[in-house]
Design a binder for this molecule. Structure first.
Ligand SMILES: Nc1nc2c(c(=O)[nH]1)N[C@H]1C(S)=C(S)[C@@H](COP(=O)(O)OP(=O)(O)OC[C@H]3O[C@@H](n4cnc5c(=O)[nH]c(N)nc54)[C@H](O)[C@@H]3O)O[C@H]1N2
Ligand SMILES: Nc1nc2c(c(=O)[nH]1)N[C@H]1C(S)=C(S)[C@@H](COP(=O)(O)OP(=O)(O)OC[C@H]3O[C@@H](n4cnc5c(=O)[nH]c(N)nc54)[C@H](O)[C@@H]3O)O[C@H]1N2
Ligand SMILES: [Mo]
Length: 767
């Protein structure tokens, strides 16, 4: 771990710091040579899709695009460390429970299937045959298939995801919680009814033509570093880049491109944002409503577009005109003048893209907020024409593709009809559980077998204590995974950990080496070929694990499981048979860079109830969780806590303890707070506090308390009344009962909390 310190970072994002950080990661993972070679194949036509994030690549065959955090993600998979049965079996699970997430991950790549032995409280080596037999027995023993729950994380390839959903539906349930439920679910829920597709409408070509890019609640410098390249190019061209973020994020301010020899040699860098609006946490709805109001008041509407292409404008105009300014200022934390300035910048631009991330989606009213973004775009016809559109920036590299493949607890009837016809069975129609629903079902004893295709359910979900109780009540937990993590330590009565090939590895099946496909954030589908030797000879591919689970659990199935898992092109033929958008799938993949799925909204074809793009009239939300809690706790200062990613992590995978751009070194248990708020509390930076989250339901009286201890106070440029801290350390504070309206995404970006001085010893920040 590096030296512990809190120090203002005033360099640009990227630059030499990025190169140093990559070098250190490669070194720590013990892969200096192979790692570097691996990196050169990321996002090449003949290489693998970077497992880092879902941002697309420039034509997918151009020069290697350097990305610090993509490099870390690749290095983490290419690590020389091995979590053999001996390494994992050396400790009891009670002992592993005391290890940090960082230490669990640092054991390296899992090499053989493991089964839990209750006698010794250890994982021990098992065979694949025994593992699949156990899964088959457990699934067959359930009286109702809905007692089994099948989680998916968003790295899973299209081929694996398609087989997985087929297996689970043949088994008889739609219980498909996935990471998307905690991520961009509200984007799909908000976009589908308004523009007819639950995905973004733009491509990289649009970024080249936009003259204004709005960035809401996103930290691309850390989470989508390749996006900075697009933003920088746009800015150099003179486009406006307008950021809306409660925190001053380095990557949104300045960026030095490590691939640009000139910038590196001269320590030069480029400004990113032309304008930065530091709104309050959760203030986006009010800001957007104010922006719409201003555009309407100035009469700067695209009347032709609205007449020809939209529905519901009158009700929407009436709602914004009736809305007074004062509550918008209060809720957004911005002045009317600031909101008007943002609106004028927008309205003076011809081609506008709106991007958003988790700062928008993980709130109670996120669906309405996303529909307000759509309203803003519709007012000036900024949808379905070059240089303009909606851009929800997805997280996991194939989270969008997994949904396309049917990893969805509420599948459309047409999809189930086709699936049933192609495979000759009657798919279950009842909706399944989502992530919150899965935790509830396990707690209530309705969920008994939990199988996860990747991810880290125990650490990523809300209310850690409740989630752990839920998992521990299961009869069987199964994790299909590359590395050891918290979810394997928090296990059911019986437990399996099944190690699989990662995307960077060569995958040889009966018909030879296989490639898989993924769909990025801009609906581009392309092939990905691993090029590293597998981490262990015992690893199976994800499709093969699915096929063997299916063979064990569904002896009557007519699907040729092993044949499909032996030839991924045959899986793709089946995908094509079920999903019309994939017509000619295998053929189209031969084109370098792959192909784009049809996006009707980008053609101004509106597959909605009215056949037009829908304006959505929403009232400014008033009954907010923080305010309800503050009402009941007048004696305490109630803050709104937002939980976010540091620069040294991939979701629950902790690479290191630095957050370079925010000036944090050697710590993760920190809480960012406004200096004036610190003073008012009578506390000082460098002191330790405990965080208590308080939640009371709408109209409800009961206040539920949750607690997380020992966080270091860091004075930061953040609006008063707002706090920020890292995920997953703060997940014990996220209320299970609080999720976004309709999308049910946990509200991990707006948690009402109070701070109290830490009572116990404030000793070392546990690694
Ligand atoms: N290196 C790396 N890359 C990743 C990931 C990773 O962990 N590490 N995770 C991947 C995944 S799954 C995802 S979903 C994406 C996540 O990428 P982001 O969406 O960038 O995720 P967060 O770090 O949660 O940051 C959200 C940003 O929103 C701001 N914010 C917080 N609350 C609010 C608010 O109320 N309003 C507004 N306007 N802003 C707010 C925060 O200050 C922060 O800048 O990244 C993906 N890429
Ligand atoms: N408080 C709070 N909670 C959050 C968020 C937040 O911002 N704040 N963000 C939410 C978001 S956006 C998301 S997407 C979720 C993420 O939730 P998950 O997707 O469940 O979590 P990850 O940490 O991405 O999962 C990492 C694990 O995936 C496994 N893995 C990695 N690569 C592979 C592979 O190729 N195959 C297989 N089978 N396994 C692999 C490894 O075991 C690794 O430990 O967390 C959510 N939780
Ligand atoms: Mo995500």
């Amino acid at each position: 771990m590096s030296e512990q310190k809190i120090e203002l970072y005033d360099g640009p994002a990227g630059g030499w710091g990025a190169l140093k950080s990559v070098a250190r990661t490669l070194n720590e993972q013990g892969v200096p040579v192979k790692g570097a070679k691996t990196l050169l194949h990321a996002n090449q036509t003949d290489g693998f899709d970077c497992p880092g994030c879902a941002w697309p690549d420039r034509d997918h065959r151009s020069t290697f695009e350097f990305c610090e955090n993509g490099a870390k993600a690749v290095a983490a998979e290419a690590t020389a460390r091995r979590a053999t049965p001996e390494v994992i079996g050396a400790k009891t699970l009670a002992e592993w429970a005391g290890a940090s997430d960082y230490e669990l991950e640092a054991t390296g790549r899992l090499t053989e299937p493991l089964v839990y032995d209750p006698e010794t409280d250890r994982y021990q080596r098992t065979t694949w045959d025994a593992a699949f037999a156990l899964i088959g027995r457990a699934l067959q023993a359930l009286p109702d298939p809905n007692q089994a729950i099948f989680y998916t994380s968003g790295r899973t390839s299209n081929e694996a995801a398609f087989l997985y959903q087929l297996f689970v539906r043949e088994y008889g349930t739609n219980n498909f919680p996935d990471c998307s439920n905690m991520c961009h679910e509200p984007s799909g829920s908000g976009l589908r009814p308004t523009i007819g597709v639950g995905k973004g409408t733009v491509t990289l070509a649009d970024f080249e033509q936009a003259d204004c890019i709005l960035v809401f609640g996103q930290n691309p410098g850390t989470n989508h570093p390749r996006m900075l390249g697009e933003l920088r190019a746009a800015r150099k061209r003179g486009a406006k880049i307008i950021s809306f973020n409660p925190l001053r994020e380095r990557g949104l301010e300045r960026f030095a491109d490590p691939q640009n020899a000139m910038e590196m040699a001269t320590l030069g860098d480029s400004p990113i944002s032309s304008h930065y609006f530091q709104l309050k946490v959760g203030g986006d709805f009010a800001l957007l409503m104010g922006m719409c109001k201003r555009v309407v008041e100035r009469g700067l509407l695209d009347h032709d577009f609205i007449r020809e292409h939209t529905h519901g404008v009158d009700a929407f105009l009436a709602s914004v005109q009736a809305q007074p300014w004062a509550p918008l200022e209060l809720a957004s934390g911005l002045t009317r003048a600031q909101i008007e300035q943002a609106a004028d910048l927008y309205a003076s631009s011809e081609r506008v893209i709106a991007c958003w991330g988790m700062g928008i989606t993980q709130h109670r009213h996120s669906v309405a907020t996303i529909q307000m973004i759509v309203n803003l775009l519709l007012l000036r016809g900024n949808l379905g024409r070059p240089g303009a559109g909606a851009c929800p920036v997805r997280g996991h590299s194939n989270v969008q593709g997994d949904r396309t493949m049917g990893i969805y607890e509420k599948p459309p009837a047409a999809f189930l009809d086709r699936l049933g016809q192609v495979f000759g069975f009657e798919p279950p129609r009842a909706h399944g559980v989502d992530t919150v629903g899965a935790i509830e079902a396990m707690l209530a004893g309705r969920g008994k077998v939990f199988i996860a295709m990747g991810g880290n359910f125990a650490a990523a979900t809300p209310d850690t204590a409740a989630t752990w109780r839920a998992l521990r009540q299961c009869e069987l937990t199964v994790h299909i995974t590359t590395k050891f993590n918290r979810s394997h330590v928090v296990h059911g009565r019986q437990a399996l950990v099944l190690p699989v090939l990662g995307r960077t590895e060569i995958d040889v099946q009966a018909t030879g080496p296989q490639g898989v496909t993924v769909e990025d954030s801009m609906s581009m589908v392309h092939l990905s070929h691993g090029m590293n030797a597998p981490a262990s000879p015992h690893l199976l591919s994800e499709p093969m694990v699915v096929a063997r689970m299916a063979t064990a659990a569904l002896p009557q199935s007519r699907t040729p499981w092993l044949q499909l898992a032996g030839d991924y092109a045959a899986i793709r033929d089946k995908i094509e048979a079920v999903l019309p958008d994939f017509a000619g799938f295998n053929g189209k993949l031969k084109r370098p860079g792959g192909f784009r799925l049809r996006n009707t909204a980008s053609e101004r074809v509106w597959v909605t109830a009215s056949g037009k793009a829908e304006f959505s009239a929403h009232a400014l939300p008033t009954d907010l969780a923080t305010e309800r809690v503050a009402e009941r706790h007048r004696d305490q200062r109630v803050f709104t806590l937002t939980t976010l990613r540091s620069h040294d992590q991939y979701n629950t995978t902790i690479y290191g303890h630095d957050d370079r751009y925010r000036g944090v070194y050697g710590h993760r248990r920190v809480v960012f707070i406004n200096a004036q708020d610190l003073k008012d509390l009578g506390l000082a930076a460098g002191e330790w506090v405990d965080i208590t989250s308080l939640y009371c339901a709408e109209g409800g009286a009961d206040v539920q308390q949750r607690r997380a201890e020992r966080f270091l106070l860091v004075a930061y440029d953040i609006p008063r009344g707002c706090l920020a801290s890292y995920y997953p350390e703060t997940n014990p504070l996220v209320p299970l009962e609080s999720f976004s309206v309709t999308a049910r995404t946990p509200t991990s970006k707006s948690i009402p909390v109070v701070l109290t001085p830490h009572a116990g010893s404030a000793a070392a920040d546990a690694a």
